[in-house]
Design a protein around this ligand. Structure first.
Ligand code: NAP
Length: 489
């Protein structure tokens, strides 16, 4: 069976529809969205293009399911999530293939995302039974204070194309655990993984209406329609900062609670006392995970001047030897970018740096031929105000700049509107503690190129947004508190 035949087998037309109130239904006007294979630009398949009426119907279903779902025993919610973890894990190969086809990432990386994404289901299955309030004596005496935790209510989740599974389970997992119902709108370019996940959650026993999925090309229309509805109580968004800002403004109308996981411009600091081999290994992970199309991607490298040439040469050697190609081919380490616009935007960032005097040690030029490919690129002598340093590149480009002191490194690292992730390589423990205190970031990796972990609070500061996903903090985003004042018994 070819990959495409397997895709059609996994997601026949009856399943490439909207999930509303437990039923797979076509768009009310019958419209479809083409899903493109980024490895060659051809049409892979299509899905329903939901209308605003469909979006309203999905919210109606979520609202109708909310009371019973909130009243469902935490253990039952927990066990549904635990079964979903098992099913996602058992179907890892299918999910990885679908994700690789629609998004481009190599199969091995897609499997890594399945493991990561599934862990949110397991983690929150464990959190579902640990929701508790407080009983305390009034400090002044004479009365008691009780707090009760409740699900916030129906949620809207909007997810990006770069991690089609994990960006969904990070929201769906805690919402199920807390007793919330939801409407999920996956990215129009990568809707298939979410449709597959929706089927697995139903198989795990999730009641009809708790999870509704609306694929659509009218993201703005869907969000403004649903967010104008007072029954929607929470919006969690992962995507770009400009769209996030618009959603925060929109949330003011009905004062919905919001979580915003937005863009990043992660600095990767290498101090002269670092283990350089480890720093290059970490740089490869932090830069090349997901072809650089990750919010946590190391966007700029700040290297202490005495080790900068050595670090740049070793990184260029490793980046230049990566195998680029179709994500489903054996041995491929770097897949295509998501679309032609992404290639143009990455090429513009590199061209800007080169025009300002930077040098490419490897890569630096588009690849001819079908598909949306850009080669791994290492740039040195990059001016601090080049787009490669100041903007989120979202591609396989590593611009290297230098510093001469810890203070300068911290100043440069903080010189961005973003604050999602940062990385530092050093063997100095007290410096590590100073970095943790002084870097304006939601997450800091010390001597590691990966910060994401379902048991840790993922999220940013400044223009990278607010709210946390994963960790003990993740479920808090989906719980309200009622405080009850009582007389002393
Ligand atoms: P995007 O353009 O903001 O799209 C993200 C999602 O928002 C998609 O589902 C998109 O739908 C939808 N959307 C677009 N316009 C909208 C509107 N007016 N109202 C409501 N929804 C709208 O971002 P992207 O290019 O897909 O993703 C890349 C960005 O996401 C990067 O900046 C990256 O750093 C960020 N990101 C952040 C995190 C994090 O956890 N902090 C994780 C991953 C990615 P369509 O698909 O139909 O356009």
């Amino acid at each position: 069976m070819s990959f495409r035949e397997r895709l059609t087998h996994l997601l026949p037309e009856a399943r490439r529809q909207l999930l509303v109130g437990g039923h797979w239904v076509p768009a009310s006007n019958g419209a479809r969205i083409d899903v493109i294979d980024p490895a060659d630009g051809s049409v892979l398949t299509d899905v329903a293009d939901g209308t605003l009426d469909d979006a309203r119907a999905a919210l109606d279903a979520a609202v109708a399911a909310q009371p019973d779902w909130a009243a469902t025993a935490p253990r039952e919610r927990s066990e549904i999530l635990r079964r979903a973890f098992g099913l996602v894990t058992a179907h890892a190969d299918d999910l990885a293939l679908v994700m690789s086809l629609e998004m481009g990432k190599p199969i091995a990386e897609a499997k890594g995302e399945v493991t990561y994404g599934a862990e949110f289901l397991r983690w929150f299955s464990e959190e579902a039974v640990r929701i508790h309030g407080r009983w305390m004596h009034n400090p002044a005496g004479g009365s008691r204070l009780l707090t009760v935790r409740k699900p916030v209510g129906p949620c809207l989740f909007i997810t990006p194309w770069n991690f089609p599974l994990a960006m969904g389970t990070r929201k769906i997992g805690p919402a199920i655990a807390a007793g919330c119902t939801m409407v999920v709108k996956p990215a129009a370019q990568t809707p298939l993984t979410m449709l597959l996940l929706g089927g697995l959650l139903a198989e795990a026993g999730l009641p009809a209406g708790v999870l509704n999925i609306v694929t659509t090309e009218d993201a703005g229309g869907l969000s403004s329609t649903l967010m104008a509805d007072p029954r929607l109580r929470k919006v969690s968004f992962t995507g770009s900062t400009p769209v996030g800002k618009r959603l925060v403004e929109q949330s003011a109308g009905q004062l919905q609670r919001v979580s915003m996981e937005l863009g990043g411009n992660a600095p990767f600091l290498v101090f002269a006392d670092a283990d350089l081999d480890a720093a290059v290994d970490g740089a490869m992970l932090a830069k090349m995970r997901n072809m650089g199309e990750a919010c946590t991607s190391a966007n700029r490298f700040l290297v202490e001047v005495s080790v900068a040439d050595e670090f740049a040469a070793r990184l260029a050697d490793r980046m230049g030897s990566l195998r680029v190609g179709r994500g489903q081919d054996v041995g491929v380490q770097v897949g295509p970018l998501i679309d032609a616009k992404a290639v143009t935007s990455v090429a513009a960032v590199v061209d800007d740096a080169l025009a300002r005097g930077a040098r490419a040690l490897t890569g630096g030029q588009r690849v001819d031929g079908a598909g949306f490919f850009y080669p791994p690129t290492v740039l040195v002598d990059v001016p601090a105000d080049a787009d490669a340093v100041t903007a989120e590149t979202f591609g396989p480009v590593a611009p290297i700049t230098t510093f001469t002191s810890e203070d300068e490194a911290i100043t440069l690292a903080n010189a961005t509107e973003y604050g999602l992730a940062a990385y530092a390589y050093t063997r100095d423990l007290t410096r590590t503690l100073r970095l943790a205190e002084r870097l304006e970031t939601g997450m800091l990796g010390i001597n590691t190129g990966i910060v994401s972990n379902p048991a840790a609070p993922f999220g940013g500061v400044k223009a990278s947004g607010f709210g946390r996903e994963g960790g003990f903090e993740g479920i808090e985003e989906y719980l309200d508190t009622t405080y009850v004042a009582l007389p002393a018994p």
